[in-house]
Design a protein around this ligand. Sequence first.
Ligand code: FAD
Ligand code: SF4
Length: 332
Amino acid sequence: MQSFELLRAADPSAAIAAASRSATAQQGASVRFLAGGTTLVDLMKLGVEAPHLLVDINRLALDGIGRTADGGLRIGATARNSDLAHDPIVKAEYAALSQAILSGASTQLRNAATTAGNLLQRTRCLYFRDIATPCNKREPGSGCSAIDGANRMLAILGTSEHCIASNPSDMAVAMMMYDAVVHVVGAQGERQIAIADFFLLPGDTPDRENLLQPGDLVTHVTLPPPEAGARSAYLKLRDRASYEFALVSAAVSVTMAEGRIASARFAFGGVGTRPWRVPAAEASLLGQPPGEAAFRRAADLALAGARPQSQNGFKIELARRCLAHALAQVTR
Ligand SMILES: Cc1cc2nc3c(=O)[nH]c(=O)nc-3n(C[C@H](O)[C@H](O)[C@H](O)COP(=O)(O)OP(=O)(O)OC[C@H]3O[C@@H](n4cnc5c(N)ncnc54)[C@H](O)[C@@H]3O)c2cc1C
Ligand code: SF4
């Protein structure tokens, strides 16, 4: 690992000032915020990231979880994944979020990992993590080793000829389904970014993964108030029962009226270069009696435009089944 300086920030303005000295928050940045360190330190050990300054944000008072004035939820950027998953409000009113977090990593990792760090974790594409191989995300213009290589785990939606890496976060899939808003403070002041806009498609700049600008500190994430009567769930399909990233996952939330679906929202994980949500697919469920036909039709609409690679065509049928199982669970 290359040598680096560590700065323990005492307040957000000091953190932002330090981080604004140089590019941060994006791949290749020389100044990085350090939260739980479970992604960043891993990548530094592998030589994938080599910041010269780490700004430790763990002393900032950003770890709270509580109600917003409108009855929604405010989740601090450094709230630990374990605390969020076991929060009584989250378990009762945002069940899919709790289940998504608990389906990821391990207890020890979740005790260290934070809200913002989880949102900003990097892809698990093998070549991204292997500095001996070409990778456009790690080294723009070097090529994509995965397109003709090991791509079984990677994306079938939102890909480009430059990158097919899947977004690995489980938590982000549930947050996408719940319409989360990411709150940021930076050199230009505060702003809010809807999660639907937060993650960028790779296009011809796969090294740019989100809308954060140099110096931007994520302070918290908000969720709108829960929908009355909604039942939600997160289903993750993977190669082994725990400690494994998703091949396919689905976060779903549904309300029922007179035996028919009155409202529906869902997002896929594991299949997209970002958590994947298609409002028209959700709308196709409205007024339908729950059942395999309606569920598969919605899945097909959400998966329209899928471009499987040499090893991951199986994800299309797996995603259909994953969504159907998850929707069956909440409409029973
Ligand atoms: C073995 C292993 C298995 C895993 N399995 C899963 C899994 O199954 N599912 C899953 O979803 N995840 C999994 N993970 C990933 C894990 O969830 C992430 O590593 C973790 O959530 C990152 O959070 P952190 O606080 O440790 O981030 P850090 O490593 O501290 O930071 C990650 C990135 O976010 C930036 N950052 C952090 N906080 C802020 C902020 N407030 N503002 C701006 N930038 C910020 C950092 O600069 C860095 O670039 C796994 C990780 C490991 C090591
Ligand atoms: S898929 Fe993306 S992350 Fe993986 S090798 Fe290609 S460019 Fe790199």
